[in-house]
Design a protein around this ligand. Sequence first.
Ligand code: GNR
Ligand code: NI
Length: 180
Amino acid sequence: MDAPAASPISPLPILIAPDPRLRVRTRAVGPGDAERVRALLPRMFAAMYAAPGIGLAAPQVGETLRVAVIDLLPDNKPAPIALINPQIVALSEEMVTREEGCLSLPGHYADVTRPARVKLRYLDAEGARQEIEAEGLLATCLQHEVDHLDGVLFVDHLSALKRNMILRRLAKEMRQKTER
Ligand code: GNR
Ligand code: NI
């Protein structure tokens, strides 16, 4: 039997905290970035699906543009969302606490309190203006990804004690992984 054909889209490697590239504030995508974004999006989706995760932001793959991808796979069916230059235009006063994880903080989870609903404007992969109003996990994920574009990680929403506990444990785990 033949081996399955290799995917022509190679997933980008995901950076792990405390990589300084996760702390960079990204810049807006402009007309001159079309080619770069066209090349980037499929490789971000591939990295997110391979992980697997429900979202991925450009800084997590070392890119400095305001680009993120999301797919919550509702009913286990692909529902990819490409977010270019996303802007939060409204947040609910009502807050909700949910356990979050992050592909750049693998294996670490914590309860984060955020607005329960969000309204977001963005450009899609075709450059068309879009608006999305979300609640539930999608609302959390949208805010988590926009945070990444400003160099913010979910642990930044925790107390310094909890944040440093997670970052120190992660650093130790990564050290042990690479030790011979
Ligand atoms: O895969 C992910 N799961 C998740 C769970 C709860 C809240 C946010 C997320 S996003 C995360 C993928 C990721 O790191 N995106 O930046
Ligand atoms: Ni994340």
